[in-house]
Design a protein around this ligand. Structure first.
Ligand code: NI
Length: 249
């Protein structure tokens, strides 16, 4: 069930059977020579929609711009400052909490978001912890789940792309976007075939170290079929994890 395709009356009815919501969160940033700029937002969005159907969960609009300052030396990349992203997530959660939602499951597609999203959760909890009235409520609970870390996904990535998965513009995430948008499959020459690995600082430093945008990967191996298998593994794992999150005391 997608929030944007629902009426307020449908959301009101949903709240009588569940107070959980899934919020896909990604990024708008370069993904190497054949990866779509929306990769990190597209992946959690399509998985969340599958989980929404499998687990009767409401899926909120995707937070499709994240913390991606290190990609800004590549055209098309857009970032929020960490402080902006924290403020945005705070407002999204508190808006939904006003209606009675209290279990917020963030399905993330971008490693660069993790520190900031975790800080946003602390910001949200601080507001309820600092007022004594909060003590009588069940309280808001937020969970961050990275789709690419799901056990079934990790196992499949290893099986399909051993040694060339890397950590950015991976064949797994590119495959998933090809599965989601088969009319937008792109091919490009990779040179070197497997990208270098390492750490980075700001945007200029990143582009100097990783000239075509990839880190440690060979996404020329990405296929629609691999994307389908990764999608199915991700939906199964995330649906289970979401149900456990709702059921936890
Ligand atoms: Ni990515």
């Amino acid at each position: 069930m997608q929030l944007q395709l629902s009426t307020w009356a449908e959301v009101e009815a949903y709240l009588r059977r569940s107070t959980g919501v899934i919020i896909p969160i990604g990024s708008t940033e370069q993904h190497g020579p054949n990866g779509m700029i929306g990769t990190d937002a597209i992946c959690p969005e399509v998985i969340a929609r599958g989980v929404g159907e499998a687990a009767d969960a409401l899926v909120a609009p995707t937070v499709s711009i994240g913390m991606a300052q290190h990609h800004l030396a590549f055209p098309g990349s857009v970032t929020l400052r960490p402080s902006t992203l924290i403020a945005l997530l705070n407002d999204v959660v508190l808006s939904l909490a006003r209606h009675g939602f209290d279990r917020f499951y963030f399905l993330n597609g971008h490693g660069g978001n993790v520190a900031t999203v975790t800080a946003a959760f602390s910001e949200i909890y601080a507001q309820t912890s600092m007022v004594r009235e909060g003590a009588n409520h069940g309280g808001i609970r937020c969970k961050l789940s990275n789709w690419y870390m799901a056990p079934g996904v990790q196992q499949l990535s290893k099986e399909l792309f051993a040694g060339v998965e890397g950590s950015h513009a991976t064949p797994s995430e590119v495959s998933l976007t090809f599965f989601a948008y088969p009319d937008h499959v792109k091919q490009a020459e990779m040179s070197p075939r497997v990208a270098p690995t390492g750490t980075f600082y700001d945007a200029e430093d990143y582009r100097r170290r990783f000239p075509d945008g990839r880190i440690g990967s060979d996404p020329s191996l990405a296929t629609v079929e691999a994307g389908r298998r990764l999608y199915e593994a991700a939906v199964a794992d995330v649906a289970r994890d979401y149900r456990e999150f709702l059921a936890a005391a």
